[in-house]
Design a protein. Structure first.
Length: 242
């Protein structure tokens, strides 16, 4: 069995341009089989993705985390510069941003099943590439396999959440529309500044929600790789301990 594992590792090294000598030496020193490496990586990604989804799905998971907080779409950025001159503008702005983040929090649980499917499909070749990669190599792999299906899953959920009355019985779409209407009205029909006509709120929130999700997954991966206290199972200690 050990001879087969070493031979398969050697083949993988050649195919993936990984240093064969280093990979084989690491296996021998750690006493790790290919299967244990894959199990450890899957465990790390399951822990990191579950923790990230659970954190972001909570109330204020996005809204009170400055790393992932979702702000206004690019076309609405001018609002920030003039909002204080609009009567009640600051309140409209706060409500719109809070509602947008509530929609992302509402959609976050959709990621769990998609993550698990992608993690299950990790191959031995994938595993050694990830293990020998940087601090976020597993997250990069997960993103490459899941970003499109996550976008497809998040988009309808985000759309529904943006239309749902989540803040003061008002939806994010309504809050955002009120904000833009106030801004456009204050512009005196575009005389003082250009009116904002476009609205890509759904697409914007979907992308930013997923960006934030992978930021959190990457942070969890770094903790597991760097901090023994975050290796919460024996397989994580064995694979990442070396």
């Amino acid at each position: 069995m050990k001879s087969f594992l070493k031979l398969s590792t050697l083949v993988l090294c050649i195919l993936t341009f990984t240093s064969c000598e280093k990979a084989l030496q690491a296996l021998e020193e750690a006493g790790l089989s290919n299967e244990e490496v894959i199990e450890g990586l899957k465990s790390a990604l399951n822990v990191g993705s579950d923790t990230s989804v659970t954190t972001l799905a909570k109330l204020d998971g996005y809204y009170k985390d400055e790393l992932v907080k979702i702000l206004l779409p690019e076309e609405a950025q001018p609002v920030y510069a003039v909002v204080s001159s609009i009567p009640g503008g600051n309140l409209l702005l706060d409500n719109a941003i809070q509602s947008i983040n509530r929609a992302a929090e509402d959609a976050a649980p959709e990621a769990k099943v998609i993550f698990k499917d992608a993690i299950t499909g990790i191959t031995i070749a994938d595993g050694f590439t990830i293990l020998n990669g940087g601090d976020t190599a597993a997250t990069v792999y997960l993103s490459s396999k899941t970003f499109t299906p996550l976008t497809d899953a998040f988009a309808p959920k985000i759309n529904a959440s943006l239309s749902k009355p989540l803040i003061f019985n008002t939806s994010a779409e309504e809050s955002y529309s009120k904000l833009l209407n106030a801004y456009n009205t204050a512009s005196l029909g575009g005389i003082l500044w250009p009116e904002i006509k476009t609205n890509s709120l759904s697409q914007h929130v979907t992308k930013k929600a997923l960006d934030g999700l992978f930021i959190k997954v990457a942070a969890e991966e770094r903790k597991i790789r760097r901090d023994p206290l975050h290796r919460v199972s024996e397989i994580l200690k064995k694979v990442f301990g070396g």
